[in-house]
Design a binder for this molecule. Structure first.
Ligand code: ADP
Ligand code: MG
Length: 300
């Protein structure tokens, strides 16, 4: 026998040996049998099969997706045979597929500098102990009915104390609308302005155009930013003008009342311009119904 053949035989014996060794575990044996692949092929992949077997066992004992023990949560490392070779890859489990399907509507919400968990805000979880919310919820009902009837409802200018739940409420409305395939953008306005100023030309024009045209828009915490001529006259003004002309519902939350916002918009580092501030306020008034939410601070 030639030397090369001896080596070959030696390797094959080793492979067989480790495969049969692994098969002494009856559960592993059952697993590889269930794959319905030829033994001479399987013996070449013992160590990967052992890895996939561990994940298979985890899946068999799965309690919930949250408690998934696999190396990639919601995925299982699985063998597949194709043209005489086995390849291993991570396959998505049914539970994860279901969750992803149920959450697909969240893609209709675009967040700019907002915490991700705002996408979980839900009408079902809105505190019902708080009478202050009733007019707002009523308005939401009216809003959704009119919107789906093509009646171009106005958005809200929601003012009120810090932590009272203004952002949460509007996010809950946008989530409901997202389930009906209506796209929206939620923008933390002070940070958005800072980032917009710093972003390169292409990113800048994309963002600016996007928020001008998105079907539903929330400008969150307006009035908390340092107002400049640029942010007032080049950003806010044109966005509001476009949305007014195209009947695009626009929402605002603010710690300031409209008259406080007017004062704050008038003063920039370049001086005082009451006329330009007034013009912004007029646009906001055209775009929104004004409501107040006075409530205890829900932040902990
Ligand atoms: P605001 O925008 O008025 O400052 P937020 O909307 O940020 O207040 O709400 C403050 C905190 O309370 C957040 O952590 C939010 O998740 C929570 N929260 C507010 N309203 C509700 C609600 N109806 N149900 C559950 N959590 C809420
Ligand atoms: Mg807020």
């Amino acid at each position: 026998m030639k030397k090369a053949d001896t080596f070959y035989r030696y390797d094959e014996d080793k492979l067989k040996h480790s495969f049969y060794d692994a098969c002494s575990d009856s559960q592993f044996k059952e697993y590889v049998d269930s794959l319905d692949m030829k033994e001479e092929l399987l013996i070449q992949y013992t160590s990967s099969l052992e890895d996939s077997f561990l994940e298979y066992k985890n899946c068999k004992n799965c309690k919930s997706l949250d408690k998934c023990l696999n190396s990639v949560k919601g995925y299982s490392y699985k063998p597949r045979e194709d043209k005489g070779i086995i390849t291993f890859s991570y396959e998505r489990c049914e539970k994860l597929a279901k969750v992803e399907e149920e959450n697909a509507y969240k893609d209709n919400l675009e967040l700019f500098d907002m915490p991700k968990n705002i996408k979980n805000a839900n009408f079902k979880d809105i505190y019902t102990d708080d009478k202050a919310r009733i007019p707002i919820i009523k308005y939401f009902k009216e809003f959704t009915d009119k919107y789906h009837n093509d009646e171009h409802p106005k958005g809200l200018y929601l003012t009120g104390s810090f932590g009272s739940g203004k952002t949460y409420l509007i996010a809950a409305l946008f989530n409901e609308m997202a389930k009906k395939k209506v796209r929206s953008a939620l923008i933390y306005f002070p940070e958005f302005l800072r980032n917009l100023k710093a972003s390169f030309n292409s990113d800048y024009s994309w963002k600016f155009d996007y928020i001008k045209k998105v079907p539903l828009l929330l400008l969150d915490d307006i009035g908390a930013e340092n107002c400049s001529n640029w942010s007032r006259d080049e950003i806010l003004g044109p966005i509001l003008q476009y949305r007014m002309e195209n009947d695009l519902p626009t929402f605002f939350t603010s710690n300031l009342t409209l008259s406080e916002l007017e004062k704050s918009l008038a003063i920039t580092s370049s001086g005082v311009d009451k006329v330009k501030a007034r013009r912004i306020i007029e646009r906001i008034k055209q775009l929104t119904k004004n409501l107040e939410l006075v409530s205890k601070n829900r932040r902990n």
